[in-house]
Design a protein around this ligand. Structure first.
Ligand SMILES: [Fe+2]
Length: 133
């Protein structure tokens, strides 16, 4: 399967958050395609900023859901989001240092991490919240 291709296995049965995840997958695909086509800071910079801003927007929405529902694992889930955001900063640092190969490797790593996070922790969170409503 191609990198960050969306299919129904990634659905967490929440229309809003599914929409966010689809958008994030799409940004990762765009980033990966750009990296393969042209390894320069100019190609990374704009999309990395987009990825950072959209990830922040999405995580805030997810964390609001968890906090409103007083989700038991909210704190540990939020730490995972922090881990992800720190990786984005790491990618940016590699980009500024012109370490494009490492930059691309980290993008692939983070995309795969996000896929596992959606299927794992996000799905678990969504199922738990549905049962409490
Ligand atoms: Fe999450």
């Amino acid at each position: 399967m191609s990198f960050m291709a969306w299919d129904e296995n990634y659905s967490i049965d929440n229309e809003l958050l599914d929409g966010h995840h689809k958008e994030l997958f799409q940004i990762f695909r765009k980033l990966n395609e750009k990296c393969m086509a042209d390894d320069t800071a100019e190609t990374y910079s704009v999309i990395l900023d987009e990825l950072e801003a959209y990830s922040d927007y999405h995580f805030t929405a997810e964390e609001n859901c968890m906090n409103e529902a007083e989700y038991t694992y909210a704190q540990s889930h939020m730490l995972l989001h922090k881990f992800y955001m720190t990786r984005i900063l790491e990618i940016k640092l590699k980009m500024y240092r012109k370490e494009y190969k490492l930059c691309h490797e980290l993008i692939l790593f983070l995309g795969n991490w996000l896929q596992k996070h959606v299927i794992g922790e996000d799905k678990q969170m969504s199922c738990t919240l549905c049962k409490t409503v």
